[in-house]
Structure formats: C-alpha cells, structure tokens
Design a protein around this ligand. Structure first.
Ligand SMILES: Nc1nc2c(ncn2[C@@H]2O[C@H](COP(=O)(O)OP(=O)(O)OP(=O)(O)O)[C@@H](O)[C@H]2O)c(=O)[nH]1
Length: 389
C-alpha cells in the first residue's frame, strides 16, 4: 500500500469523455473549451477511421494542445498511440513547447468501451506517474438514447461506468421520453450525478473534479467520489428501489444473499428481462462493520477478478483494514486495480465502516457477498495464515 497517490496530488487530471455515436460529445467539448475553467486543457480526440471530422469541429485556440488519433479505436488498436501521445504531450509541456496544460480531456469514439482506456491510464507506469483519472463523463442522447441502450451493449457500459451522466439534446427531446430515460439511467448507475444538457451547455464544475482528489480542498474527497449513499436508500431513484438499503450493518463473516429486487434488474438475473442490456448491469454498495484483514480482502478481490474480471465493470471503496488506523481506498476497473492508497484520516470521523460500491454485469450482490463470506470464513478458520498474513 502506498500513500504517494494522494499526498499533494500533482498529477494532471484526465477526463474521459465518452458516449454513443452522435450523442453530443463534440458539441459539449466545444462549449466546454470556451469556458475559463478549461482554459489550460489539452485535448485528445479519438476518431474511428481516416475520415474523422471531429477535430475539425472542435475549436481550440491552442492547436498544439490538441491531438487527433484516427488510426482506430482507442479501446482496441490505438492504446499504444494513446500512451505515446499523452507521454509526448507531457514532454512537450515540460519543454515549454505547448502551453502548460493543467488538465486533459480524452474524447473517445462513440463505439469505445471506456474500460481499456481507464486501464491504460491506471497501469502504464509512465502515464500513471503523470496523469490521474479525474472521471468518466458519459453523454446519452436524449432523443435516441433509449433505442441505443436497447441495441448497443457498449452504450450501456459507457453509462454504467460513468462518474457523471449527461442527458443531451433536452431542447429537442420529448419530455415524457426524457423522464423515462432519466429514470433508466439513474437506475443503471445510481452513483453518478446526473445532468441534462441542451446544445452542450453545462457548468464545467458539474463534471470536472469528479475524482478522489479534490484540487479545491487539496485533499481526498471520498464521500463525493464514492457516492455510497446513492446506493443506501438515501436517494429515491424514481421508484425508490433502494439500492442496497438492506446492506447496512452486516458483519462480513456472514452471507446475506437476500432481498433482491428481481423486477428491476438489480438482483440476480431476471429470467423475463435478460435481453435488455441494462438489466444485466447491477450496482450496489456493500458495507462491512468489522475491520478486515488486508490479505483476506486482497485474496477475495483476486478471486473475483480471476473468475469474473470482465464483468466487474467498476469498483470503488474505502476499507477499514486491520492493523492500521488509516482508511484504504481501492479503485478497480474490470481486472485492473489501482495500487490501493492510504488516506490520512477517515472522512466521517467515527464512522469506520468499510464500503465498496460495485457496478457489475451479470453478477448479483449475493454472489459477491458469498465470495467475501467464504474468504472471511476461511480466515476465521485459520486458513488465511497460508495467504501470508
Ligand atoms: N438540438 C440539439 N442538437 C444537439 C445537441 N447536442 C448535439 N446535437 C447535435 O447532434 C449531432 C451530433 O452531435 P456531436 O456533438 O457531433 O456528437 P458526438 O457524440 O461527438 O458524435 P460522434 O463523434 O459521431 O460520436 C450534431 O448535429 C449536433 O449539432 C443538443 O443538445 N441539442
């Protein structure tokens, strides 16, 4: 465990702007780049194929701080290009060859799966030492969004892993359909603050600084980052599904495979609805009252990642780990975990419950709970000693 990642965070925050084809990413970016909050922003635009036009549509006064990658899709063939481009931009910045940008926006193609892009940011040693993920901002088309979600699983993933969800084109969309789509998105991803946007107009503060590190307070803002209360029954997501309000106060030694809301796709698979892509997505927050042994937690996550890695779309958490007073923050995307970071203090003082938010595909809460329970049981029985405690 290292605490280097949140001590005086110097790395450049990166916003990944994603959203299905035509959902309004470029329109949004254009408006954002005119705002003073984004004055010192480098932009990378990924276009699919040789005939991409987006870069011609994005107006930026400082052209050197904008790079277009058009040899393929960032999530597949051009990851190497992303690494190279981001590294080169950083070098140019150090040499004074481009203006000293303070943040970066990466606009993905409409078909991109954001996960590999996040992996690249998290795992490439060069990038990870210079940049940090601030957040994933996903645009959803207010007019075509519902059918896109029905027909394209990538669009569902883009919305499910978002840190901020933007429903666009509200100026031309039908109000009842918008309300339905809003409800659907909030159900899909209850933890992501949600905003409506007309012609790209939004206060940049609503979408920037979504990461763990808050540059305004110069410290970690776990509460804002984790949004755990969104899953704990404190919010009504339209129907009051109460994403996990039954999760309070469980001792990690037990498995409570219970209380799933089958009718709405947040429990185990609903046999009637398996064809709806977003009904494959689950989001829930698990809480654990007792301090956990790090080796046991790590082994449980290892097992989950090994067997279900591709379906663990996103995990964020704050853990109370035995033998340390300091909270440990974890962040994973599919099979890739950030190195865990140790914070100086618990964000809410005496409340030291561990909380882990999961966004998964086809994995219900009870399954994950069972995995944790079996590892905690094994630890109790002394098997954990073999895991190197
Ligand atoms: N009326 C209206 N039109 C919008 C809005 N946002 C985007 N559009 C229009 O929708 C079309 C697609 O918008 P873009 O911003 O190019 O979408 P994109 O997500 O960058 O598209 P790709 O690059 O194809 O993935 C354009 O014609 C925009 O002018 C909006 O909020 N209101």
């Amino acid at each position: 465990m290292s605490d280097t990642q949140n001590a005086g965070e110097q790395r450049i925050p990166v916003t990944v702007l994603t959203g299905f084809l035509g959902s309004g990413k470029t329109t949004l970016l254009n408006k954002l780049l005119r705002r003073p909050e984004l004055a010192d922003t480098a932009v990378i635009i990924n276009e699919f194929g040789e005939i991409g036009l987006d870069h011609l549509l994005v107006e930026k006064s400082d052209d050197e701080g904008m790079v277009t990658l058009n040899s393929g899709c960032l999530c597949c063939t051009v990851r190497g290009d992303l690494v190279r481009t981001m590294s080169e931009l950083f070098l140019k910045r150090s040499r004074g060859e481009v203006s000293p940008f303070k943040r970066m926006v990466v606009e993905t193609t409409g078909l991109a799966d954001p996960a590999p892009i996040l992996h690249t940011l998290m795992t490439d040693p060069l990038l990870a030492s210079r940049y940090r993920l601030d957040g994933v901002v996903t645009t959803v088309d207010g007019v075509n969004g519902a059918s896109t979600l029905d027909n394209h699983e990538e669009a569902v993933k883009q919305a499910a892993v978002a840190d901020r969800l933007l429903l666009t084109k509200v100026d031309i969309a039908d109000a009842p359909k918008l309300a339905e789509l809003k409800h659907r998105l909030q159900h899909l991803n209850p933890g992501a603050p949600f905003h409506t946007v007309a012609t790209g107009e939004i206060d940049p503060n609503q979408i920037l600084n979504a990461g763990l590190y808050n540059p305004e307070t110069k410290s970690a803002d776990v509460k804002k980052w984790l949004q755990a209360e969104a899953y704990e029954g404190g919010h009504d997501h339209g129907h009051g599904h109460g994403h996990g309000h039954h999760h309070h106060g469980h001792d990690h030694g037990h498995d409570h495979g219970h209380g799933h809301d089958h009718g709405h796709g947040h429990g185990e698979q609903d046999p009637h609805d398996v064809n709806r892509h977003d009904d494959r997505i689950r989001s829930f927050c698990m809480t654990f009252d007792e301090p956990m042994s790090w080796s046991t937690v790590a082994a449980a996550f290892d097992a989950l990642v090994t067997y279900r890695g591709p379906d663990l779309l996103r995990m964020k958490g704050i853990l109370n780990v035995k033998d340390t007073d300091k909270p440990v923050v974890i962040h994973g995307v599919q099979h890739v975990f950030h190195p865990p970071a140790t914070l100086d203090a618990w964000p809410e003082g005496d409340d030291r419950k561990s909380r882990v938010v999961f966004i998964t595909r086809d994995i219900g809460e009870s399954t994950i709970r069972k995995v944790f329970a079996s590892f905690f049981d094994a630890e109790k029985k002394g098997w954990g000693k073999d895991a190197g405690e």
